[in-house]
Write a protein that binds this ligand. Structure first.
Ligand code: ADE
Length: 239
């Protein structure tokens, strides 16, 4: 069966959303992956279908009830082989390495938080792994879930063409991408760097590597610190 994302949300109408078009949308229509958005509110039990309540100990906002969310998770019928994620700004930062793992498995259950948070007891009792997509706060987990699913889907077999199959891009070698150019040869008086039109593939590769390294050092010292130092310059063969 195809890779599947099961999403628990109070706003199921947000899915597939932008994943219904372009690369991911074509793959979805082609049966290469599936998305199931399930409404947490369907598991509410009281007369007003309430899903949240005031925080114990006081404070602003509302907290998603443990009993309602646990019932929604249990009703989704997720086997033990599927990761259970909770999108949250306090989660472990999402990395390309985790995306690759998730894409290689059967596909995750993704709980989308809303309000000020969700009852800690359901996180613990259902073994939810909290995942953040960055150090900023979204109004809910849905847009974070869409980002995570997009990152996984583009890695599924048959989704991307053979071009750039995930190896020759940012993070596969721990470096940021080098700059790209295409026609016209002159744009507002600025030419394409001469090396790129020289036809010398070794010089092109060397230039790109140097550009990637310079960008990574300038913009992402955290990534740059993880790159092993280069061996000392060896003498080059003459042509
Ligand atoms: N929900 C709200 N903000 C988030 C973030 N930065 N990452 C993941 N889920 C979130």
């Amino acid at each position: 069966s195809p890779w599947r994302a099961t999403v628990l949300t109070l706003f199921p109408e947000m899915f597939p959303g932008p994943l219904g078009v372009s690369l991911a949308g074509r793959a979805l229509a082609g049966g290469l992956w599936e998305i199931e958005a399930r409404d947490i509110r369907a598991s509410a039990t009281d007369r007003h279908r309430s899903v949240d309540d005031t925080p114990a100990g006081g404070g602003p906002g509302m907290v998603l009830r443990a009993d309602v969310l646990a019932a929604a998770i249990d009703a989704a019928g997720i086997g033990p082989e599927r990761p259970r994620l909770l999108m949250s700004p306090r989660g472990r930062p999402l990395t390309q390495a985790r995306v690759v793992e998730l894409a290689q498995g059967p596909g995750p259950l993704i709980v989308c938080g809303r309000f000020e948070g969700i009852d800690q007891r359901v996180i613990d009792a259902r073994g939810l792994e909290e995942v953040s997509i960055g150090d900023y706060v979204l109004s809910g987990g849905e847009i974070a879930a869409l980002a995570l699913i997009d990152a996984c889907v583009r890695l599924l077999p048959g989704v991307m063409g053979k071009e750039a199959s995930g190896t020759e891009e940012s993070f596969s070698d721990g470096l940021l991408e080098y700059p790209q150019y295409t026609r016209p040869q002159l744009f507002e008086g600025v030419p394409i760097p001469e090396i790129l039109t020289s036809g010398d593939h070794a010089r092109v590769a060397g230039w790109r590597r140097a550009q990637s390294e310079a960008l990574t050092e300038a913009r992402r010292p955290d990534l740059w610190a993880q790159i092993p130092p280069k061996p000392a310059n060896r003498p080059r063969r003459q042509k």
